[in-house]
Design a binder for this molecule. Structure first.
Ligand code: PGA
Length: 257
């Protein structure tokens, strides 16, 4: 894992967006794996800015979102369909037919999940997956103890995740109890991965992911198995890392190249 440390969320997000944009310029038909939540908002904002002001062109891209709440219609204001329209899709020129998000209302969920995996495969696989990180170490909605070999599937949310996400809902009671999520094995098949984490509430999960053992209790630690993961952190999220000097040294070397 390559770790990049920034003074704040904005600086980290702009650099992450620069790297996403570089891929899209290099490979106009790039397949992007997208995340939701508070973490990638500044990254999406910067990509929208580059689209508007610098002609960054998404017209050839295909996207696959990580997850969706089970039981929420795409029109529901808390659905990830709604989030993506509001925070990214409406600001860029992605063709709607090539944006993919699991359907929270799918009747046959196993068939829908198998179809989602098949779609990723027939699009050529994900070139670059963007990830946030749960305070319990989840990626997508792969909660602690998820199989490291898991594929897209129905998942029951932990109370920790429901409580964390209650800040986006009117009350904890309204937070769904289930989701459809890409699996850990699905995520690991992306050619490159960019994970963003901001704030001290993520510091313990960040330290376990990067410096702890590979463990199903910390789903993000599975990223240790992937050869091309870049982690973008602000000071709060990096605060419990023990090898910060080493990461800074590598980051300086990278900047000098
Ligand atoms: P957040 O969620 O970006 O809203 O903190 C991250 C996650 O749960 O993956």
């Amino acid at each position: 894992m390559r770790v990049f440390l920034y003074s704040d969320e904005q600086a980290a997000s702009v650099e992450a967006a620069r790297q996403v944009a570089a891929l899209v310029r290099r490979k106009p038909a790039a397949v992007l794996g997208l995340a939701t939540g508070g973490t990638p908002l500044a990254l999406y904002k910067e990509l929208i800015r580059q689209h508007g002001q610098e002609g960054l062109d998404f017209s050839g891209c295909t996207t696959f979102n990580l997850d969706e709440y089970a039981g929420l219609a795409p029109s529901h204001p808390m659905s990830y369909h709604h989030y993506m329209r509001e925070n990214f899709f409406e600001g860029v020129n992605l063709p709607a037919e090539r944006t993919n998000i699991p359907d929270g209302l799918a009747e046959d969920i196993p068939a829908h999940c198998a179809d989602y995996e098949a779609k990723i495969h027939s699009a050529g696989g994900v070139d670059l997956q963007i990830l946030g990180l749960g305070s319990d170490g989840h990626i997508g909605f792969n909660e602690p103890t998820s199989s490291l070999g898991s594929r897209t599937r129905f998942q029951t949310l932990t109370e920790n995740t429901r409580t964390d996400n209650a800040r986006y809902f009117a009350s904890l009671e309204e937070v769904p109890r289930h989701a459809i999520t890409m699996g850990i094995a699905t995520i690991l098949e992306a050619r490159e991965i960019i994970l963003l984490a901001f704030g001290a509430a993520k510091a313990a999960a960040v330290a376990s992911m990067i410096e702890g053992p590979l463990a199903a209790m910390v789903p993000a630690s599975a990223l240790q198995l992937h050869p091309a993961v870049r982690v973008f952190l602000d000071e709060g999220a990096a605060s419990l890392l023990t090898k910060k000097d080493y990461y800074r040294y590598l980051q300086q070397q990278c900047a000098g190249q």
